[in-house]
Design a protein around this ligand. Sequence first.
Ligand code: ATP
Length: 370
Amino acid sequence: MTTITLENISKRYDSGFEAVKNLSLRLESGTFTVLLGPSGCGKTTTLRMIAGLEAISDGNLFFDEERMNDTPPKDRDIGMVFQNYALYPHLTVFENIAFPLRLRREAKASLEERVRAAAEAVELTALLDRKPKQLSGGQRQRVALARAIVRKPRVFLFDEPLSNLDAQLRMQMRSEITRVQRMVGATAVYVTHDQSEAMTMADKIVVLNGGELQQAGTPHEIYTNPKNRFVAGFVGSPAINFFEGEIRDGAGGHVTFHERGSSVAFPLPKQAFMHSSSNTPRKATLAIRPEHLALMALSEETSVYALSGIIRRVEFLGHERLVYVETSPEAPHKIVRCTDTTQAFDVGAPAQLFAAPDYCYLFGSNGERL
Ligand code: ATP
């Protein structure tokens, strides 16, 4: 069991480009951490620094108390699984799994035993004599997984291992990977840009953007308590709705949010009082998830605390519908997730949007949470 600590780690490539900036993280022993972020945010670079495949420009990397910056990859006791599996086509499944043990000149009897145990863990026992080209994509990925666990490494590193698989297999392999990781007990770091993978697999999600840490927390914390506008917008599908406008202190001490180009207002959570000096409107972004918006036909009783708009599109997904509402010609359509499939929504019809203040997030013009 190994705790991985990144202490103010930065990576500058020879070109001078800084791909990772002053990253500090503590990944507890035996946990599963997912590095999540858009393409180019520095996920793979971070993973490769942990593996020792990329030199660390600044800062320190520890496995438990041991500083690893200068330890060669082969001495870090790491099992890695990549997107492209990297199997040897001329070797059988057995020999592919056995490869790391052969490099270590493991004795024949224990090699045989360990390969069979690893194959059994990922349900490959019946396929040990096949060559990789005789396997499906999911089976190949399992061979790569078995090869990574056969040495019982202290650290598991995964770089988008499921991106070549179809949607159904991806879901199956997610639980397979976390099951095997728990069984082995190795500390895992997993790179993906797929938020549903991150949400379903991680003990801790680390959100990166532009080489910088945005937020680290459990999937629940990241989803329900986003620290900044980037995290709120990146995590959640369909994406959170942003309303650009300003906070105003209204009559009767109400704090409201006014979207630009529309005259109606949303009530705000009480803490918004703290940030709104009276009579001075303050520019901000309001964010509300599609499941926290309610939609009503305009003919019903109107409320001053509703945003009116026009239904522009309805998507039927079986268990729910996504309704796209135009609240202002200048703003992107707002998405409302409706689980009541009996309610009628007609494209072109006027409608009102409501939100519960407790589920509204406010961000200042610097993107930080207010
Ligand atoms: P993706 O999901 O697309 O793989 P990522 O988050 O893993 O993205 P990295 O591969 O870590 O991103 O790259 C981070 C940034 O560093 C990118 O802007 C990339 O162009 C840059 N980069 C990566 N390798 C090098 C290199 N050898 N020299 C210079 N810049 C590099």
